[in-house]
Design a protein around this ligand. Structure first.
Ligand code: ATP
Ligand code: MG
Length: 390
């Protein structure tokens, strides 16, 4: 029998009547993510997904890494199956975990038996296998509370499985179960984290990026493509809609008071993101705004930008400190790319003294100087769509 991967389902198991749909979605997502690692048999039984390589050419390391980034899975482990026989289980544990058993000072065996026909109960299996392992590795001491190594034995329907402790999975719900949202992706630290948090709740994302050539460089756009590529192993294949924003920013600069530049610009971003949503069937917007972080993220400023929105705006990092957002950015692997020093369209026309407590009536008055519909229409007509594959 060949080494394989076991995945434990997360919140999916709490879904009552919908559970089958959630599980099917999860299995389809896992199969798609494993395509570049070879041919695997992927199926689920009793809250566990089995990922079995069909041949020796399969890339098990790659598959393991990919599985850790699939939403809907809370734990991932490599395991070796063996026949359902107490001595076969002992030999399997000894061969498979020999290195770990030699390196550890303390250990225990923990057994789960979902096949209730197996003649020994979990405790008896643990004691039997633990006793033989203790004889084979006399330096080991048993520690049932905090062992350095826990040898896991699972007696399941088709076989018994031996493995070391699991690694945490990505958690959340399978991508695609929560509908689609348009996520505004800048080159910063916050918006990739916001994308990850919303995708984790099962939402498929359409990414939107606004760029303002020649004020923003090709590298700034490439940085956003690089961020999207880092998100794809978590969020699945996505479209990045790159929206030209120069004409809008120049019109605002020419016609509106400087202290309102950012606010009016943000209202355009929301309008354009909704334009993309209308074309893609998305039902919400996502931003990386955090309350009070900058002038355009005060409660009054958010009120002004939300006024143009006809759909919910999801702001998953709204209550988080920068340090907390940075911690998540490091965890999901986007931080190092986010801090590359390229300018964003938000930073090229930054007012010296932005309004932190804007009044909606004033903003509406200033916008009268702009051909809003024409500007939005032309920007949407110039969208470049880039497919970001996993
Ligand atoms: P981030 O670190 O995510 O770039 P920020 O803290 O710099 O955000 P802002 O520049 O005010 O804050 O942007 C707030 C949010 O607006 C971003 O999190 C993002 O969702 C969206 N946004 C800003 N600039 C762009 C852009 N050029 N393209 C797409 N979305 C943008
Ligand atoms: Mg930023």
């Amino acid at each position: 029998m060949n080494e394989m991967i076991l995945l434990k389902l997360g919140e999916v198991v709490l879904k009552g009547l919908n559970r089958r749909t959630f599980e099917d979605k999860l299995l389809a997502n896992i199969r798609r993510r494993l395509q570049h690692c070879g041919d695997f048999h992927v199926y689920s039984k009793q809250s566990t997904v089995y990922v079995e390589p069909k041949g020796p050419e399969c890339d098990l390391d790659g598959a393991f890494a990919a599985c850790r980034q699939v939403f809907g899975v809370i734990a991932v482990t490599r395991a070796l199956p063996c026949p359902k026989d107490k001595d076969a289980i002992f030999h399997c544990a000894r061969n498979y975990l020999d290195k770990e058993l030699r390196e550890a000072k303390t250990f225990k065996v923990e057994t789960r038996r979902s096949d209730k026909h197996f003649p020994m109960n979990s405790m008896e299996i643990s004691q039997y296998v633990g006793g033989l392992l203790h004889d084979a590795y006399p330096h080991l001491k048993v520690d049932v509370h905090a062992p350095e190594l826990c040898v896991h034995v699972e007696v399941r329907e088709k076989a018994a499985y031996v493995h070391a402790p699991s690694q945490p999975g990505a958690g959340g719900l399978p991508t695609g179960m929560g509908g689609t949202a348009v996520s505004l992706l800048s080159g910063g630290i916050d918006s990739p984290v916001a994308c990850h948090m919303i995708a984790k709740r099962g939402v498929k994302l359409e990414l939107v990026h606004f760029y303002s050539p020649p004020y923003t460089s090709v590298q700034a756009k490439e940085k956003v493509v690089a961020l999207a590529k880092l998100l794809a192993p978590w969020c699945g294949r996505m479209k990045l809609h790159v929206v030209p924003f120069t004409e809008i920013q120049e019109a605002i600069r020419a016609n509106c008071p400087e202290d309102h530049f950012t606010l009016i610009m943000r209202r355009f971003m929301m309008r354009l993101a909704q334009g993309v949503a209308a074309r893609t069937g998305a039902k919400a917007l996502v931003t990386g705004e955090s309350l009070g972080q900058v002038a355009s993220q005060t409660m009054d400023a958010l009120t002004v930008s939300d006024q143009v929105c006809t759909m919910p705006v999801l702001r998953p990092v709204i209550g988080m400190d920068k340090a907390e957002i940075v911690r998540l950015a490091r965890q999901i692997g986007t931080f190092e790319t986010s801090i590359l020093p390229y300018e964003d369209c938000c930073t090229v026309f930054t007012p010296r003294h932005p309004r932190t407590h804007p009044v909606l009536a004033d903003v509406l008055e200033y916008e009268k100087a702009l051909d809003i519909d024409g500007l939005v229409e032309r920007a949407l007509a110039g969208v470049e769509r880039i497919t970001i594959s996993v």
